[in-house]
Write a protein that binds this ligand. Structure first.
Ligand code: AHR
Length: 520
């Protein structure tokens, strides 16, 4: 006799039928051919970069608590956040903005902290900017987490002289007033500044310029950013947002290889409507599908901006730098509208997983990317509340994908089943593969379908999978997330549901999951 269903189970079944249209979970079949004998391009480590802005509690509360804080810190920087970030091997950290960068005057943030000026953060909530976290604190933070600094200079409201002097202050070795000022402020040796951006969103908050005007402005500011002997600064020009291909074209034509990188910004909004973006945690299966569909547009964006860059730069000397990407929802209820604080669910993990797969696959052109943002803002890695800190599902994706950093991309052909909802189709599976220096092959896979598992039959050309191991990130609910009371709701688990075949392996991804496999 089958057991009677409880009322609760009946209700759950009803919800499942209503939301998925089916009570039967199925398994889709997908094929992946990995050309392990055709690896050529390196996946830049910097694709796994982060972005930290003076916005809400990203810097203040997220990274910086000050030396006098009861929250354990090293020279004012939170120890728990540093420890978490070290585990995901953050290669590069962008600062101080964002829109904030074009109203930031670096001299405000040096010298004795109690004498630094108070400013209004006019972009983000109109709050007081204490300038307690400035150049020295940021570069110390980078040292503590092992990341390369990527600074953004102020073009919108700053002068060429100011930007040139900032670079001199940080990098000059000899006897100059600015180098000596740096020494007086506690830093004897010059810093190495590998990456520097000339403005941010110069078509918008960074000065509302035309691409022609910005191109000339870039050329002028860039002339006064001086390299130190043997230490070249990689110069990033402020690039397009979304589908603004004209911006890319004008910059490529008028600036060309004077820039080393050209940025691109793209955010995933579940609705595509900036006035009603949708909730981070309260969403339907249709919202899930639409969010992932919009996140997948990154592939088309990268391809189309790259195609324009190819026309002017067929040798791919100028990198595409996607230095702002991620999900953007309505702020959490009862939080400051200007602080952009949002929760982070399994849906965000899927967005992170499929986007990083896209960047890996386009690593011939995408040389750097920074998810927005590091802490407490947008698609964050960590959330903090006073002395508590949790890591998010997105954090775990960065941790699982870390072996791709610096590895060789292995081209792969994926034939994925459709994941269809309300007449809209997207591929159910996303994938990328690489080989690391030790010869291990890493395959990362996402099953975008929240209802059906996905079998992936993988053919390995030019390699054999003798030993396989894996981890998977999933949860029972599409909106599962970590909270300060339940910090481990969503975290990766060991996975063994694969088997070696004659020419590769087969694995079955659970519904709504991100998987990382290692093949030896
Ligand atoms: O990441 C938040 C903001 O989004 C940045 O400050 C800006 O560059 C973009 O519009």
């Amino acid at each position: 006799m089958p057991e009677m269903l409880s009322l609760r189970q009946l209700f759950a079944l009803l919800i499942a039928v209503l939301t998925t249209g089916s009570i039967l979970a199925e398994t889709t079949t997908n094929t992946l051919v990995i050309h392990a004998d055709q690896g050529r391009d390196t996946i830049s480590r910097n694709i796994y970069g982060q972005f930290s802005e003076h916005l809400g509690h990203c810097i203040y509360g997220g990274a910086w608590v000050g030396e006098g804080s009861p929250i354990p810190n090293t020279r004012g920087i939170r120890n728990d956040v540093v420890a978490a970030l070290k585990k995901i091997q953050v290669p590069v950290l962008r600062w101080p903005g964002g829109c904030f960068a074009d109203e930031y005057h670096w001299m405000d943030g040096i010298g004795p902290r109690d004498q630094r000026p108070l400013r209004v953060n006019s972009n983000w909530g109109g709050v007081t900017e204490s300038n307690a976290f400035g150049t020295h604190e940021f570069l110390d933070f980078c040292d503590q987490i092992g990341a390369a600094p990527y600074l953004g200079g102020n073009v919108g409201s700053g002068t060429v002289e100011e930007m040139a002097q900032w670079v001199e202050y940080m990098t000059a070795d000899g006897n100059s007033t600015l180098a000596n000022l740096r020494r007086i402020n506690g830093r004897e040796q010059p810093w190495r500044i590998p990456f520097f951006a000339v403005g941010n969103e110069s078509w918008g908050c960074g000065g509302n310029m035309t691409p022609e005007y910005y191109s000339d402005t870039f050329r002028r500011y860039n002339s006064f950013i001086k390299d130190s002997p043997g230490r070249r600064i990689y110069r990033v020009a402020s690039g397009a947002s979304d589908w603004n291909f004209n911006w890319t074209e004008v910059l490529m034509k008028n600036v060309g290889q004077r820039m080393n990188g050209l940025s691109l910004h793209y955010y995933t909004l579940p609705t595509g409507n900036w006035s009603h973006k949708g909730s981070a945690t309260k969403f339907t299966a249709a919202d899930w599908h639409e969010t992932l569909r919009r996140a997948l547009l990154m592939d088309e964006l990268v391809k189309r901006h790259s195609a324009i860059m190819d026309e002017f730069d067929p040798q791919k000397k100028v990198g595409l730098v996607v230095d702002e990407w991620g999900t953007w929802y309505d702020v959490e209820p009862r939080t400051n509208q200007g602080f952009l604080y949002q929760q982070n669910t399994l849906r965000d993990a899927l967005v992170a997983g499929l986007t990083l797969n896209i960047f890996n696959r386009h690593c011939d052109r995408v040389k750097m990317a920074c998810i927005a943002q590091l802490a407490n803002v947008l698609q964050a890695m960590v959330l903090t509340e006073n002395d508590k800190m949790i890591v998010t599902p997105s954090y775990w994706v960065f941790e699982m994908y870390a072996p791709h950093q610096g590895a060789t991309l292995l081209p792969a052909d994926l034939r994925a089943a459709d994941y269809e909802l309300n007449g809209q189709k997207i591929p159910a599976v996303s994938a990328s593969a690489s080989r690391d220096e030790a010869g291990k092959i890493h395959v990362t896979l996402c099953n975008l379908n929240p209802d059906d598992s996905a079998r992936v039959d993988c053919e390995l050309q030019g390699a054999t999978a003798r030993r396989l191991s894996g981890r998977v990130l999933t949860a029972s609910e599409i909106n599962a997330h970590n909270t300060f009371d339940q910090p481990d709701n969503v975290k990766p688990a060991e996975f063994t549901g694969f088997k070696a075949t004659d020419n590769g392996f087969t694995t079955t991804l659970p519904p709504k999951s991100v998987m990382a496999l290692e093949l030896k």
